[in-house]
Design a protein around this ligand. Structure first.
Ligand code: COA
Length: 220
């Protein structure tokens, strides 16, 4: 199989590929953000390797080039502004009672290199990430994305995620001031990890995307 999806555990092999893919994915629409290699390494790669999940897709016909990534971490390790936003919505009674945000996982990062988009890599990354979170014992997830022009919101809606009514203004956060994000509001979506993973399975079959080699993923 041409594409391989695997979880990064205890290796530094893909650091350069991850940094490159991260800068490309978030350097374009709708975010247009700027990161140094060191920021991606210290603020994204290292915390996810230590406390969360880093799932990648590689192109085996291009020497195992990293072409996509999906990261997740438990709520307690999410960025402060994410935790504060959900905590204050909760205090104001604005979260659905069935959404237990404190025990859920934050689906924090997702990106695919431009030339590899539209091949189903994001579906596989998100499905395997959900399965990995399911395996860790958590039942719910949430994610945030640009309120306008998001490329990932359509897929999260198709897989059965629910949208929170309130938007987060991120115009004063580091993402806007330091990383120059052009997307100044975020919308939050949440759902049940096992249910959406099953939905993605069905979507993949209907859409007929090429299969991914997942033999290295040590779950089930
Ligand atoms: C979002 C992103 C990861 C999708 O990657 P991808 O590998 O091209 O996605 P897939 O081929 O697996 O398609 C998954 C679904 O995403 C949605 N999607 C992908 N690109 C889209 C686009 N340009 N416009 C609208 N929806 C899009 C579709 O719903 C698609 O479902 P389909 O099979 O019914 O068509 C990629 O566009 C990207 O890296 N974007 C920049 C970074 C980003 O926005 N990340 C998400 C932050 S929350």
């Amino acid at each position: 199989m041409r594409f391989r999806c695997e979880r990064i555990v205890g290796t530094t092999t893909h650091i350069k590929g991850f940094i490159n893919a991260y800068k490309e994915a978030f350097g374009g629409a709708p975010y247009f953000e700027w990161y140094t290699d060191d920021q991606v390494l210290k603020e994204i790669w290292q915390p996810h390797i230590a406390h969360g999940v880093v799932m990648i897709v590689t192109d085996e016909e291009q020497g195992g080039r990293l072409v996509g990534f999906g990261c997740a971490m438990p709520f307690e390790y999410a960025p402060d502004d994410v935790k504060q936003f959900l905590t204050s919505l909760d205090a104001e009674g604005k979260l659905p009672p069935e959404f237990d945000h404190r025990s859920s996982w934050y689906m924090s990062e997702l990106g695919v290199l431009n030339e590899y988009r539209g091949l189903g890599a994001a579906w596989e990354l998100v499905k395997q990430r959900m399965r990995s979170v399911d395996h860790s014992g958590a039942t719910q997830f949430f994610m945030r994305t640009a309120a306008k022009g998001s490329l990932s919101k359509p897929m999260y809606i198709k897989m059965g995620s629910k949208e929170l009514a309130d938007l987060q203004d991120v115009s004063k956060t580091k993402q806007a001031t330091e990383n120059k994000s052009k997307a100044d509001h975020r919308v939050y979506l949440w759902g049940d990890v096992r249910t959406v993973a099953q939905h993605i399975d069905e979507i993949q079959k209907v859409r007929g995307y090429i299969p991914f080699d997942t033999s290295g993923i040590d779950i089930d």
